[in-house]
Ligand binder design. Structure first.
Ligand SMILES: Cc1cc2nc3c(=O)[nH]c(=O)nc-3n(C[C@H](O)[C@H](O)[C@H](O)COP(=O)(O)OP(=O)(O)OC[C@H]3O[C@@H](n4cnc5c(N)ncnc54)[C@H](O)[C@@H]3O)c2cc1C
Length: 460
């Protein structure tokens, strides 16, 4: 990692995830001296590749899709090769086996199955597809890219309320939205406006399904290679292990206080922390009331991942897929394949999300891992003794993330989306949660462009 001192910097960037690194590089390209402070001992933040595991699975940001123009360009600019797994995924899809109440339900039996709570044509939809279908068919407005426009405030209501108003029953919502919940911890704490935009973003990226010409990209060796390459380009200081706990602005600039007692000064500071973490940093003077409320209350989705290495391909014994969609503690289990060999399943990742993540977190990594393997073995006797938990990551309990991605709760799009990233004196904000036109890793880079322009406009 570069660590060359530039003397007193013009700008301090807090956080060396994608948004902080890109902001720092854009500012340096425009002649400013920058220092980056990062709490962890690594860069990348929520982009985190498990390089020690077979196939280097991603514990964080996973897929770079067709509309990720900035991510694709960043790979080229910083010399990291993008591998497209789309054609392979389209030719060799891995379906998920459905388990409800520990009962295995074959896809062909689902439409007439007594556990199916849906009605008429919707009975053909697998549970995970029902919520998406309900939203698409009943989308309350059409200019979805303007999800944050105050004109749409009437739709800034909970997904639960929206689905109930369409006639959905609590049982349908519980299985079709809240089981392996895509956004929020349940259907009550996410706004329809955010979900409408997410659905639109996913649709323009993947259309309805992965085809041979879809981009399902990952950087060779793991997505974390991108932030690492970006960090190597920095000319200024990159200080790891620097947990920021206070930001003080005054007439002559900004002072940043770290947990180890160090104090850094600059003319401006850009904060790239998710609000779930920033709310534990003292800001003096406090931001205006609505921005302060956003910092203190914006949500984030909890996900806990269990990465399991199979000792051998046990799924060939029972002829079923190793990937599962369950309503139990395993959540949704995905089968990860080697970057080049489509036949080899290298690891299985249980994505346990929402309220179920909060439940498994109570057991801790070791006990939680034992519980999940026991559950997998119970559902699939062929897996007996064949799975080893190699890594567990709770994003909800991660002190430097406190969640996976931002969640706008009912009312929060109207209250915060337009104003939450407004500069507060010489304190500027970037990060995935501040982007309006894209999501995830692409949103991190989008936000960096805006923040860098704001700083350059003010500091000259
Ligand atoms: C499980 C998972 C799956 C995902 N899948 C996808 C996907 O498929 N596609 C997609 O586009 N996106 C995906 N994402 C989202 C994507 O990874 C993030 O949106 C993006 O990486 C966020 O970048 P950021 O710079 O905004 O924030 P971060 O990466 O969180 O950067 C913030 C940085 O600040 C640091 N920090 C925190 N607190 C302090 C402190 N007090 N002092 C100093 N530093 C601090 C953190 O350590 C971190 O490095 C996924 C995320 C997760 C967790």
């Amino acid at each position: 990692m570069p660590n060359s001192s530039v003397g007193t910097p013009d700008v301090i960037v807090i956080g060396a995830g994608l948004s902080g690194l890109e902001t720092a590089l854009l500012l340096e390209e425009n002649g400013l001296r920058v220092r980056v402070l990062e709490a962890r001992e690594r860069v990348g933040g929520r982009v985190y590749s498990l390089s020690g595991l077979p196939g280097s699975p991603e514990a964080g940001g996973n897929t770079i899709a067709g509309a990720y123009g900035r991510m694709i360009a960043a790979g080229r600019k910083y010399g990291v090769e993008l591998v497209n797994r789309g054609p392979r995924f389209a030719a060799h899809p891995i379906r998920q086996e459905l388990y409800l109440g520990r009962e295995h339900i074959r896809a062909e039996d689902w439409p007439a199955h007594p556990r199916n709570p849906f009605e008429e044509a919707q009975r053909k939809l697998l549970p995970g597809a029902w919520g998406r279908s309900m939203l698409r068919q009943n989308m309350p407005f059409s200019d979805l890219e303007n999800w944050h426009d105050p004109r749409h405030a009437a739709h800034d209501v909970s997904v639960y309320g929206f689905l109930r108003a369409l006639g959905a029953t609590p049982a349908q919502i519980a299985l079709g939205y809240e089981t392996n919940v895509p956004y929020g911890t349940n259907a009550h704490d996410v706004s329809v406006l955010q979900l409408a935009f997410v659905d639109h973003w996913q649709a323009i990226n993947r259309r309805s399904r992965v085809t041979a010409d879809s981009l399902v990209g990952v950087f060779r060796g793991g997505n974390q290679r991108l932030p690492e390459a970006m960090a190597r380009r920095l000319r200024g200081d990159l200080l790891l292990g620097q947990r920021v706990q206070g930001i003080e602005t005054d007439g002559s600039g900004v002072a940043v206080h770290c947990a180890d007692g160090r104090r850094h000064r600059a003319r401006a500071v850009v904060c790239a922390l998710p609000f779930t973490v920033l709310r534990h940093v003292a800001i003096d003077p406090l931001p205006p009331p609505s921005q302060y409320k956003a910092i203190m209350t914006l949500g984030a989705k909890p996900i806990t991942q269990f990465h399991m290495v199979p000792k051998r391909p046990f799924w060939r014994d029972d002829g079923l897929s190793p990937a599962l969609w369950t309503d139990g503690v395993l959540g949704s289990v995905l089968a990860n394949r080697d970057a080049d060999d489509h036949d080899e399943v290298t690891t299985l990742t249980a994505w346990v999300g929402g309220a179920m993540a909060q439940y498994v977190d109570r057991f801790g990594a070791a006990e939680g891992g034992r519980m999940l393997v026991a559950e997998y073995e119970r559902l699939r006797p062929a897996a007996q003794g064949q799975l080893e938990v190699a890594a567990v990551h709770s994003w909800g309990q991660d002190p430097f993330a406190a969640g996976t991605w931002s969640i706008f709760q009912p009312g929060q799009v109207t209250a915060f989306a337009q104003s939450l990233a407004r500069p507060h004196g010489r304190l500027y904000f970037c990060g995935e949660h501040t982007a309006l036109g894209s999501r995830g890793m692409e949103a991190a880079l989008e936000s960096a462009e805006r923040a860098a322009l704001e700083v350059l406009g003010d500091l000259g």
